[in-house]
Write a new protein. Structure first.
Length: 434
């Protein structure tokens, strides 16, 4: 089923905007798990704004809509095109470093964070079409669940998982590469989610130069504001849905290519050859407006998170706090920190008993949900939400069942400390009653 839009004359561009076609895909009911997995992991669906506009304005539905106010309104195409340029310039400026000047043409926008990752995977597959041994990737660290699933399940890449992101695993990777194991790309996060460990990006970069594989880094948690990762990777992939927007009311993603990389031309040609702009205009306008104070919000949330991490670490019911500051990999994070940069807005904690973790989580009077990077503090039982059907596997990498993850917002420090204190007191009462 294919639909097209009507546009109001007031915002019609000089040449007609070619909206990507929309399709409804039918599948047998027994394939629902696979269909849901594809929709969830790839980020290739349409946004709620896109769906609402399409439902109200698709031409082939007009005959059934009798209300006088159902006349299609124009999409702000020109305004959205200008906003995309602003967004790309903003991201280019923020991701540039002392040695790498990112230009507008190095930045690609996507409607979701996962669709940006998916596009990397898609281009890897096409670059290696016809090769008998297919595409092989390395996954360094315990990555965001959808990233790992896209690579392993959706694209079916052969992969090596180095799930602890430890120095010994870099040694293992180097040894395997030295004896001829080939990888086309390595995916990692800086820092990781949910354990906030920072991989040794400089060593990984040395290996990528020596063995000519693409090094792709997700910096969503670290942010352009806190860390400067170029020139030590080829691609930065970022979920703009998170702290870049902050308002939890729009999705988006970006890819930034390192123009100094020896693999730049290959990547740029592959991405540009088939790039289709599917970022819905109304979403673009919201993202641009939300991200104007991105840096200020990152600094405030990071300051809050550092205060809370220190506070939680001291408590008798807490067994470990995962946060870049105080982690064994802090020296790595520090080496990439920008002047004035901080340690980020995300932290996780484990407790001395499952009962204490449950008591803390249930008493923590903040919003609960699986996202992160919202302007308001958001907590979740991360492992249960992201890895419910693979708890034992996740635990092998330190992501234990009763881990609590907290994305710290921009609220007042006093309110946050009181809120956390109340939750810690609940955990302490639980410990005392055991």
């Amino acid at each position: 089923m294919n639909g097209s839009f009507k546009y109001g004359e007031a915002t019609r561009p000089d040449r007609e905007y070619q909206s990507p076609d929309l399709y409804a895909v039918a599948y047998p009911e027994h394939l629902f798990p696979q269909a849901k997995s594809f929709w969830q992991h790839t980020g290739r669906g349409i946004s709620s704004r896109y769906a609402t506009y399409w439902l109200e304005n698709a031409q082939f539905l007009q005959h059934s809509r009798l209300k006088s106010f159902s006349t299609p309104c124009g999409l702000p195409i020109k305004e959205a095109d200008s906003a995309k340029v602003i967004l790309r310039k903003r991201i280019a400026t923020l991701s540039s470093t002392d040695t790498v000047h990112v230009r507008l043409e190095n930045v690609y926008l996507y409607p979701t964070g996962m669709s940006s990752v998916c596009n990397i995977a898609d281009k890897l597959q096409k670059l290696n079409t016809g090769r008998s041994d297919g595409c092989r990737v390395a996954v360094f660290g315990f990555l965001y669940v959808d990233t790992f699933k896209v690579l392993s399940r959706v694209y079916g890449f052969e992969y090596s998982l180095y799930g602890h992101a430890s120095p010994s695993e870099i040694e293992t990777l180097e040894s395997e590469l030295a004896i001829g194991v080939r990888i086309d790309a390595l995916f990692t996060e800086f820092p990781g989610n949910p354990l906030l460990r920072s991989p040794d990006l400089k060593r990984l970069h040395e290996l990528s130069e020596r063995y000519d594989f693409i090094l792709a880094v997700d910096d969503t948690v670290g942010t352009f504001v806190n860390v400067a990762l170029f020139p030590f990777c080829d691609i930065l992939c970022t979920s703009l849905t998170k702290m870049f927007s902050g308002a939890c009311n729009v999705m988006g993603g970006s890819l930034v290519l390192n123009p100094t990389s020896p693999r730049y031309e290959r990547m740029q040609n592959a991405l540009s050859a088939e790039y289709v702009d599917t970022y819905f205009p109304l979403d673009v306008l919201v993202m641009e407006a939300n991200s104007r104070d991105f840096a200020l919000r990152v600094y405030k949330a990071s300051d809050n998170a550092e205060t809370l991490a220190k506070m939680i670490r001291k408590h008798a019911t807490v067994s470990e706090v995962f946060y870049p500051k105080g982690d064994s990999s802090q020296h790595i994070y520090d080496s990439f920190m920008r002047p004035g940069g901080k340690y980020g807005f995300l932290l996780s904690a484990t407790f001395v008993s499952p009962e204490c973790a449950i008591a803390f989580h249930d008493a923590l009077d903040v919003a609960k949900g699986p996202s992160l990077g919202t302007n308001f503090t958001l907590a979740c039982a991360y492992t249960l939400l992201a890895h419910y059907n693979e708890l034992e596997w996740a635990a092998k990498f330190g992501v234990v069942e009763h881990l609590v993850r907290i994305s710290v917002g921009v609220e007042s420090e006093e309110w946050l400390m009181e809120t956390i204190s109340n939750a810690l007191n609940a955990a302490e009462r639980q410990l005392g009653s055991a």
